[in-house]
Write a protein that binds this ligand. Structure first.
Ligand code: BES
Ligand code: MN
Ligand code: ZN
Length: 498
């Protein structure tokens, strides 16, 4: 998909689909008025007949409209005084309807709509993001060929965002470029997430990292189990011992800054399938535990966005990857393992495995002396209970880093909500036999998981993102969301600019 800025004449442009906004009662936007005039009152009559009412998110496709050059006219309700949320949902509805046509090219005039608190750059970003979101498909494991396969695809390949030219063209183009790079990162994160556990194994993720090394000029280092053993990663290796797929520690480096600049470290949980181990999960919806590597996938996605935008900063992405399965060699409840940090951990529940693979990866990350370290993990069901699906859980003892990430989430429309990591919760991790237990009891499960990780990040400026509720959709719309790639990418973009 190629998205560009254009200042074409809406009436004379030859395109497969012209997309314009329709208000409920206020005066129609400029392009809509032009179309209205050229088509001799078409839109007013469709509003009168009730076929389109201008509410945000309503759409109407008009095939072969008279008076204009476009093959199709897509009317998208935008409300009278849309805020950014109304506008984003209208853009997404419009993009979905557009993808349901057989259009290859489209001219989208939604960017011209006045939106409370959103400038043209923001609107261009939102529309670009909406089109990328609507056109994403995961069909690679369906065998249909030819017409049937084509029907499933979104046929749109070229999109022009209409805006009367002005002095800030360059900034708008930059906004579109940014949104496209982020969308590429999101699409990669979704693809990796949607791949099932039998195909997306730790070795597969490692091979994808090597592929990125070539396509995006990253430096990649893959640690196998022997190397991890030599480093003393007893917590990570204890999880993979119950699996036939060998674990991998994937390290990707993007160097866009000076050699000596401390990097931003991103550490993503790459659990390619989480059955729970001996503390086996119930059968219902267990298939969704293929998404337990979405934190790792978001690290891949953010690295791609940083590389495509040639950001002037250094990033190191670390993805500890393993399966968690029951087996004769698997962790038993009560087992005590020694982490790379030297601290011992009593494994009271083998299903709390994410923190076991992350703690060793976090300790490993220390050698990069990162400016900040952010881990991203589908860590706890408790986080889903606390925040549901709209918000990622954000945990950090550092107020500045927390605020920075929250703001990035807001502006990228990929929001987080802050949760505590107070010392008061630490005692829930007390163990009679080891330095700590790997679970903290029934209450505040998302917090005690974060408190566990906090014990391994004392020497760094650290934040933890629990994406258990935000990384994928269940039910009819089942699929990875690519979150929090937009938030992380925004963070890297802002950091590179300062
Ligand atoms: N990957 C899961 C967390 C999860 C569960 C994410 C459901 C999304 C939906 C994690 O490894 C896990 O199993 N956590 C346990 C921790 C508990 C044993 C303390 C959980 O949340 O139940
Ligand atoms: Mn688990
Ligand atoms: Zn897990």
């Amino acid at each position: 998909m190629k998205t560009q800025l254009s200042s074409l004449d809406v009436l004379r442009t030859r395109t497969d689909c012209l997309v314009v906004g329709v208000r409920e009662s206020a005066q129609q936007p400029p392009s809509t008025r032009k179309v209205e005039k050229a088509s001799k009152g078409l839109i007013a009559s469709l509003i009168r007949s009730g076929d389109i009412d201008g509410r945000p998110g309503s759409t109407l496709l008009v095939p072969s409209p008279g008076g204009i050059q476009a093959k199709r006219l897509l009317l998208v309700g935008v409300g009278d005084k849309p805020d950014i949320d109304d506008f984003a949902s209208a853009a997404l509805a419009g993009a979905r309807r557009l993808c349901a046509t057989r259009s290859v090219s489209a001219v989208v005039a939604l960017t011209e709509i006045a939106v409370t608190g959103a400038d043209l750059i923001t609107r261009a970003r939102v529309v670009t993001q909406a089109i990328q979101e609507a056109s994403y498909r995961f069909n690679r494991l369906k065998t249909a060929k030819g017409k049937e396969a084509a029907r499933r695809q979104c046929s749109v390949t070229r999109v022009s965002l209409l805006a009367s030219t002005g002095q800030n063209d360059a900034a708008v183009r930059a906004g579109i470029h940014e949104a496209s790079a982020i969308a590429n990162g999101v699409a990669l994160a979704k693809d990796l997430g949607n791949l099932p556990g039998n195909l997306c194994t730790p070795s597969y993720l490692a091979s994808q990292a090597r592929k990125l090394a070539r396509s995006h000029k990253l430096k990649v280092d893959i640690l196998d189990e022997a190397k991890m053993k030599a480093l003393g990663m007893g917590a990570l290796l204890s999880v993979s011992r119950g699996s036939r797929e060998p674990a991998r520690l994937i390290v990707m480096e993007y160097q866009g800054g000076r050699r000596t600049d401390p990097p931003v470290a991103l550490v993503g949980k790459g659990l390619t399938f989480d059955a729970g181990g001996i503390s086996l999960k119930p059968a219902a919806a267990m298939d969704e535990m293929k998404y337990d590597m979405c934190g790792g996938a978001s690290v891949f996605g953010a690295m791609v966005a940083a590389a495509e935008l040639k950001l002037k900063l250094n990033v190191v992405g670390i993805v500890p990857s393993s399966e968690n399965l029951p087996d004769g060699a698997a962790n038993r409840p009560g087992d005590i393992v020694t982490s790379m940090s030297g601290k011992t951990i009593e494994i009271l529940n083998t299903d709390a495995e994410g923190r076991l693979i992350l703690c060793d990866a976090l300790t490993y990350a220390e050698r990069y002396k990162p400016a900040v370290i952010i881990d991203i993990a589908t860590l706890t069901g408790a986080c889903v209970v606390a925040l549901g699906h709209p918000a990622t859980g954000l945990f950090s003892p550092d107020d500045d880093l927390a605020e920075e990430l929250l703001a990035c989430g807001e502006s990228a429309r990929d929001r987080a909500w802050r949760m505590p990591v107070w010392d008061e919760y630490q005692k829930q991790l007390d163990s009679p036999f080891a330095d700590m237990a790997n679970i903290g009891g029934r209450t505040a499960g998302a917090v005690t998981a974060a408190c566990f990780l906090a014990r391994f990040t004392k020497n760094m400026t650290w934040a933890h993102l629990d994406i258990a509720g935000t990384a994928w959709h269940s039910g009819a719309k089942k699929g990875a969301t690519g979150r929090p790639v937009p938030m992380l990418s925004r963070f890297l973009i802002n950091r590179a600019a300062r």
